[in-house]
Design a protein around this ligand. Structure first.
Ligand code: NAD
Length: 313
């Protein structure tokens, strides 16, 4: 499919950066229609790219004007409302032949509900889950991992890949509808548990007398080696660019991690996968997101939640 226009709904922390990449990379003749309940966010983007970005009042207006529509919203209830509400939603527009790409991290049940409702309303429209990984920095640098809910034989795969490659450098076809979300939730469960385990290991080693730098070197050289310990170490001062070294500002918020672990635990229950770490992992992020010392900060603030020493240097 060759598309002549693109739409984007939800221009928050991630969506804004993704829209900027589209505006920088799309040919000039392809307009970008955007919408967000936060009108100042859409106005600001439209003012910065007045030749290509058009702010719309409703999701309906975006969908009516665009051949391909992307959505990047907080939770399942927002996605359901933007796609299915009776007034001003995507489904209230004519969707004949359109491609709809849902990038939010939400539950698979809502994703399925939206897909099947759209299929009944307009069988020629195609709806895909395409959650992303890599955070705001990955969104800005267009280095996101994007987990696409289809297989490579899907008739729209080349178009999807062309659009998503402007936003990320690792677009993976996960095999079928909703499997992008299944993959994303499994990945975030792993990353969330590793962050807690890394915090616990660093804390016990430091309390046992180890210098934190040396302990991080040991983990890097040993069988505990992992991406969090190497690049996002929860202990301040180990990775100079990591949020932990900047008061845990920026990064992936503890509230988002709580949401994703909750979604992963529900998925595990639904599919009958036994989790031994799930309950304590979820409780840890739930408690940390209610702890005033941790609220609104990068999820690796679990080290602080555990009582880890921050001024060790
Ligand atoms: P955000 O809250 O910063 O942005 C969401 C945007 O959606 C906001 O601007 C909000 O105003 C808008 N919105 C809400 N309801 C709307 C509606 N009905 N109509 C139009 N706009 C509406 O969230 P974010 O950090 O950009 O995350 C978006 C999604 O991406 C979440 O599902 C999150 O889990 C996932 N994600 C986030 C990160 C990250 O590091 N922030 C990384 C990977 C995935």
């Amino acid at each position: 499919m060759s598309y002549q226009s693109i739409g984007f709904i939800g221009v928050g922390a991630m969506g804004k950066e993704m829209v900027v990449n589209l505006a920088e990379k799309l040919p000039r003749h392809i307009p970008i229609y955007i919408n967000d309940v936060n009108k100042s966010a859409t106005r600001e983007l439209a003012a910065s790219y007045s030749n290509s970005i058009i702010a719309c009042d409703t999701a309906h207006e975006v969908a009516a004007n665009s051949d391909v529509v992307l959505t990047m919203l907080p939770e399942g209830r927002h996605v359901r409302s933007v796609y299915l509400d009776s007034h001003g939603s995507i489904s209230s527009a004519s969707l004949c032949g359109k491609i709809l790409i849902e990038c939010s991290t939400i539950d698979t049940a809502t994703n399925h509900e939206v897909r099947s409702t759209l299929q009944q309303l307009e069988p020629t429209a195609s709806f895909y889950d395409a959650p992303v990984s890599g955070g705001v920095l990955g969104a800005r640098k267009a280095t996101l991992g994007i987990f696409l809910g289809c297989d490579e034989k899907d008739p729209n795969f080349e178009t999807l890949k062309a659009v998503l490659s402007m936003l990320g450098n690792n677009v993976i076809a996960c095999g079928g509808p909703s499997l992008g979300l299944v993959a994303k939730l499994a990945n975030n469960y792993l990353s969330g548990t590793i962050a807690i385990a890394t915090s616990e290991a660093m804390n016990m080693g430091m309390l046992g007398g180890m210098n934190a730098h040396v302990l991080a070197q040991v983990i890097h050289a040993g069988s505990g080696r992992n991406h969090i310990a190497d690049n996002f170490n929860p202990v301040p001062g180990i990775c100079p660019e990591a949020p932990s070294s900047h008061g845990y500002e920026g990064g992936f918020k503890v509230e988002l991690m709580k949401k994703d672990i909750g979604l992963a635990a529900s998925m595990a229950e639904r599919v009958g996968a036994r989790l031994v770490l799930g309950k304590s992992c979820l409780e840890t992020y739930q408690n940390a997101s209610q702890d005033p010392r941790c609220q609104g900060l990068d999820s690796r603030v679990v080290y602080r939640y555990l009582g880890g020493q921050e001024d060790w240097e």
